[in-house]
Ligand binder design. Structure first.
Ligand SMILES: Nc1ncnc2c1ncn2[C@@H]1O[C@H](COP(=O)(O)OP(=O)(O)OP(=O)(O)O)[C@@H](O)[C@H]1O
Length: 316
């Protein structure tokens, strides 16, 4: 797909917000991200999940030009990320949310207006006022949660088509977290903004995200629509008298196997009928994620929407 195909298409929902091909970043210590190929369709709320050091911030850094790739390419709405034309399309909220402490909230928003041609002051003020955060307060005097709200206002005021968030809710109390997630969802849905949000809170991802990128050891392990990824798995329990995986499991991709006493419990991707004497249920998103995070060696799984052709990746 050419950039023109992607950005000029009448239906924005048919566009691709992010597309990575063979993307990789190597530091002196080794690869932080490797062989990263995926597609994120526009308009999705995408959770970026993985253990500490998996490569999530590196991927967000590559998407915002804070990190230079060692290999491969990344496109934002069809435009190579290094092309200045990509910059107005996205906003980034980093973990440390850098803001000028001596500026008041109002001055911070005015700075946003001056730096961003498409600035939407009404939207930025609405987000701040819902706090409530006093407009004349210096940023340095605000609580962590209030600062997060101002940072969100700065990001949304830019009216980005793609919003990249690195653990945005980490410093919020449960109430503020709930409030900011609703705000994030309603603002994103209203404008069709694509969101990529890294988080360690699996319940948060389950509530908010309709798309997932799961990373472990610098590689994409699972990518695609949540409502296809989860049903591609089954949670089965059955008899394993010797504590070993029974032969009936062989045709299936076993993500995780646990034996206790004479019973086993396995999370698997079925390939064909399951043994009739097993008890089978559909796992929750959290169960699927935990099993994959505990078993990073499992064959990667990509749904059709996430898959980059000819990369030898198995579709769900
Ligand atoms: N500037 C850097 N120089 C050297 N190594 C780095 C640098 N930034 C990241 N790394 C390494 O790259 C790997 C991926 O780090 P990254 O910060 O992307 O992980 P993460 O998934 O965001 O982790 P966390 O959940 O802890 O924030 C880690 O091994 C990290 O030590």
């Amino acid at each position: 797909m050419t950039p023109a195909d992607n950005t000029e298409a009448g239906d924005p929902s048919s566009a691709t917000a992010l597309e990575a091909r063979g993307l990789g970043k190597r530091y002196r210590r080794g690869w932080a991200l490797r062989d990263c190929s995926f597609r994120l369709p526009a308009g999705r709320i995408c959770g970026l999940v993985g253990p500490n050091g998996a490569g999530k911030s590196t991927l967000l850094g590559l998407a915002t030009r804070l990190v230079t790739p060692t290999e491969g390419e990344l496109r934002v709405f069809g435009v190579p990320v290094e092309d200045p034309a990509a910059m107005p399309r996205y906003a980034f909220l980093s973990q440390d949310k850098p803001l000028f402490k001596r500026f008041t909230v109002a001055e911070t928003l005015r700075m946003g207006a001056e730096l961003n041609p498409g600035w939407d002051m009404a939207a930025a003020e609405r987000i701040v006022r819902a706090g409530p955060v006093p407009m004349d307060a210096k940023v340095g005097t605000l609580s962590g949660g209030q600062r997060t709200r101002v940072a969100f206002a700065l990001a949304f005021g830019k009216r980005p088509d793609l919003l990249l968030l690195d653990e945005p809710m980490a410093d919020l109390d449960p109430l503020a977290r709930d409030e900011m997630s609703s705000l994030l969802l309603s603002e994103a849905v209203e404008r069709g903004t694509t969101v990529v949000m890294s988080s360690h809170v699996l319940a948060e991802l389950e509530d908010m995200c309709d798309y997932l990128l799961v990373i472990a050891d610098g590689r994409i392990r699972m990518a695609g629509d949540t409502d296809e990824l989860v049903p591609a798995h089954a949670l089965v329990t059955g008899l394993a008298p010797d504590g070993k995986p029974p032969a009936d499991l062989t045709p299936h991709t076993v993500v995780e196997f646990r034996a206790s006493g004479r019973q086993f419990r396995a999370l698997l991707r079925p390939h064909g009928p399951l043994a009739p004497d097993w008890e089978v249920s559909e796992p929750s998103l959290e169960e699927v994620l935990l099993a994959h995070l505990r078993s990073p060696g499992t064959e990667p799984l990509f749904t059709r929407a996430a898959r980059i052709e000819d990369e030898g990746i198995h579709a769900a």
